[in-house]
Every structure is written in C-alpha cells, then in structure tokens.
Design a binder for this molecule. Structure first.
Ligand code: 5GP
Length: 117
C-alpha cells in the first residue's frame, strides 16, 4: 500500500491547484470530486497528511471525529438530509483507494446500491 509523501490533495490544501471548496475549517477541507459518481460528490480531507484510516493513530482520534462531523455538515449544506446519503472511505488497493491522503467521500442525490461493486 503506497503511503506517505505528497499527493494531489496536498497540492489542493496548499491551494497550488484549484478545487471547488465547499467547506473549510482549521483542520479539514471539503471540495467537489473532479469525477463525480452522483449529483453530489464531495471529498472531506484532513489538512494533516494521513495516508488512510489504516495509517491513523490514537493521536488522530479527534481529527477522525472532526472529519465525520464535517461530512455531516457538508451533507446538510448540500441538502441531503431528507433523502439520505453515503459516506465512504476507501483503503488500499482492494478498497479502491487511488489517492493516498485520507478522505471521506460524501455521495448523494441518487439511490445508492448495496453491496457496492
Ligand atoms: P479514492 O479512489 O482514493 O477513494 O478517491 C479519490 C478521488 O479523488 C476520486 O474520486 C477522484 O475522482 C478524486 N480526484 C482525483 N484527483 C482529483 C483532483 O485533482 N481534484 C479533485 N477535486 N478530485 C480529484
């Protein structure tokens, strides 16, 4: 599993490349996915470069909570509360992770399927 080092999301955090930012705090940034899989598809990332949930430590416990709360806040702002939505984090190759900077996908605006493919 690739991890550490810099990623495209690091460049977005540093505002070196543009992103459609929808929410930002001291610790967390949320922006629209460049290749959305649903009418609403927002990525929630910590500004701290943790590679994935599998790389998080006890020191990151509060940060992980902040990410989940940011996901809920973004969903509320995007009007997803009434019909619901999905929060996903992909981990490693089998998990489908392609960017090795921890992120939550907030996906909504259409009916989700289960199990995922
Ligand atoms: P993963 O596959 O790692 O769970 O999710 C990575 C996500 O990042 C993908 O949904 C992909 O479309 C998105 N993504 C990759 N590069 C960029 C980018 O430069 N800007 C934005 N906004 N999203 C990106």
């Amino acid at each position: 599993m690739a991890h550490g080092g810099d990623t495209i999301f690091g460049r977005i955090i540093r505002k070196e490349i543009p992103a459609q930012i929808v929410y930002e705090t001291e610790d967390v940034l949320a922006f629209r996915d460049i290749s959305p899989v649903a009418p609403v598809h927002v990525l929630i990332i910590p500004k701290k470069p943790v590679a994935s949930v599998a790389h998080a430590t006890e020191e990151d416990a509060q940060l992980l909570g902040k990410l989940m709360l940011a996901a809920a806040e973004v969903a509320r702002r995007e009007g997803l509360l009434e019909n619901g939505y999905r929060v996903v984090t992909n981990i490693g190759s089998d998990g489908g992770q392609t960017v090795f900077h921890l992120h939550l996908h907030v996906i909504g605006g259409r009916q989700m399927e289960w199990p995922p493919g």
